[in-house]
Design a binder for this molecule. Structure first.
Ligand code: CS2
Length: 507
């Protein structure tokens, strides 16, 4: 008998056995039992489950193919505990709506057919990349998962994890796992394969290809050279732009999903109705019919990537730092703050839009309006501190590219520089204006603390942080206009606070 459990759900879990109890309209669009694995996905977090897995299930429903997903989790067992007992099934809860109301949809996705915990099942991971049935490896491992220097695009060979993987342990870094898997694939003569990066990095496919090449070049020559040759012939690295806002799931979301399902689902992910995927059509061994279900397959992803990273993610980070400093817990709360909302609208229109080479027929003004609406979606509880994490890994592609392009054009990108200043204020104070603590969750958190500890004026804080070459590169910090705008923004945020600084910025 179903009775409410912890969190108000139901005691019976979602699984293949209980699926018959779910409203037929909400069930997977393909029979999960009949779906073989063709894709290994590294980083099976909420984003993948709400994005590529949904597109993939739809593509199989439209055109068939054994494109089930083996989802790999890197460090945390949580996903295994959520999805393992559920036979990989989970629901996607869609929340549309803004100030004018909400509308909710829920569907169960069955595309994830296998799960693997990389830390404990290294051999099985290598074997699944080497399996002939696997034809694509997709990745959402976050910016920091690449362990590269964004300024040079090179693998950080001195990174202890990379060095240990090169020395031959069961690989723990993403690039190490891929290369060892490819090595096994070559030995097994299992044929060509595609590695498809789905992380928010510009030219993510080319970046991944170079990092794989760097890893091979650092192996003993006899081992690395032949492998690199085989990779050049047999492996493709298309780039892709991914977009869907997927906040961390809350207990309220789980309760809501349980009510709609009549079952307990520990793997539910929550998202917006919008989803977009633009993929470079360069596959070594086939792909799902993603083009039949709205994915844009194209020869050149770069203009879409720049547009999305600079307009959406650049705005997101700016909203997150200004919003968190001003005490707004969620993106939609920050959007209700008139000063912050105006800064974001002007950032897009004045600083970012002039830098974009938008694809033909693309209405970039409409895209900006749509973004502002998406940010205003009050039904999504997207925490500002979630977006604020890993700033050192995100700033280059989100804000610094815009700034460099505008400076080169002789412009003064004040709003993008205010975004950088807000990041500086956030990481150097680690507290909101009301004194409440803010987490500085960043792989360089230690360095950020050391650099700013003794800096006692906004200019000193800015100079200390601008010395981070792996973030700012060598040229930008030497640009007097850039430094002036960042210091000015930081001085205003420090002396006057977010409300006055945002008001001044849009005057
Ligand atoms: C966000 C992204 O957490 C973040 O940094 O900016 O995850 C954003 O929600 C997605 O890129 C939207 O496609």
């Amino acid at each position: 008998m179903d009775r409410p459990s912890r969190g108000g759900g139901f005691s019976e879990r979602l699984s293949l056995a209980s699926l018959a109890q779910v409203d037929p309209e909400r069930r997977p669009r393909v029979d999960p039992r009949s779906l073989g694995v063709g894709i290994v996905h590294l980083g099976i977090g909420a984003f993948h489950r709400a994005h590529q897995a949904v597109f993939t299930e739809d593509a199989v429903a439209a055109a068939g193919g054994d494109w089930g997903i083996c989802g790999v989790t890197q460090r945390s067992r949580d996903v295994l505990e959520q999805l393992g007992p559920q036979d990989g099934l989970y629901s996607v809860l869609e929340h549309g709506g803004s100030d004018t109301g909400t509308d909710t949809g829920l569907r169960v996705v069955g595309a994830v057919r296998d799960l693997l915990f990389a830390e404990e099942e290294g051999e099985r991971l290598t074997a699944s990349i080497a399996a002939p049935a696997t034809r694509i490896v997709t990745l959402t491992v976050t910016e920091k998962g690449y362990r590269h220097d964004p300024a040079t695009g090179r693998l950080r060979l001195a990174d202890p994890g990379v060095a240990a993987d090169l020395a031959g342990r069961a690989p723990r870094t993403v690039v190490g796992q891929l290369v060892r898997g490819l090595q096994a694939r070559r030995s097994a003569d299992a044929g060509p394969i595609t590695l498809l990066s789905c992380d928010n990095l510009p030219a993510n496919g080319a970046v991944l290809r170079d990092l794989v090449a760097d890893f091979c070049a650092a192996l003993p020559t006899a081992e690395g050279e032949q492998l690199a040759e085989w990779i050049a012939e047999s492996v493709r690295f298309p780039s892709s732009m991914v977009d869907r806002i997927v906040p961390a799931t809350t207990d309220d979301d789980r309760v809501e999903a349980a009510k709609l399902l009549g079952l307990d689902d520990r793997g539910v992910v929550v998202t917006e109705p919008f989803r977009q995927w633009v993929v470079e059509d360069d596959f070594a061994a086939g792909r799902p019919a993603w083009d039949a279900v709205g994915v844009v397959l194209t020869a050149d992803v770069a203009p879409y990537e720049a547009m999305k990273l600079r307009l959406l993610n650049g705005s997101h980070s700016t909203l997150a730092y200004l919003g968190a400093l001003a005490g707004h817990a969620h993106v939609a709360d920050a959007m209700r703050d008139e000063g912050i909302a105006a800064v974001v609208a002007h950032l897009m229109a004045d600083d970012v839009a002039p830098t974009l080479a938008v694809p033909d027929c693309f209405d970039v003004a409409a895209y900006q309006r749509e973004l502002l609406d998406r940010f205003r979606n009050t039904a999504l509880r997207h925490r500002t501190v979630q977006i604020a994490m890993d700033g050192t890994q995100k700033l280059p592609q989100r804000l610094l590219g815009t700034i460099a392009d505008r400076l080169a054009a002789g412009a003064r990108p004040r709003l993008a520089c205010l975004g950088v200043a807000a990041w500086m204020r956030y990481v150097s104070t680690a507290q909101a204006e009301d004194g409440s603590p803010l987490p500085v969750d960043d792989p360089l958190a230690g360095r950020l603390g050391e650099l700013t500890a003794a800096a006692d004026t906004p200019a000193a804080v800015a100079d200390a942080l601008l010395s981070l070459q792996e973030v700012f590169g060598p040229e930008l910090p030497a640009d007097p206009v850039f430094r002036e705008l960042v210091v000015d923004g930081l001085e205003r945020l420090t002396a006057e606070g977010v409300a006055a600084a945002t008001r001044d910025a849009i005057r």
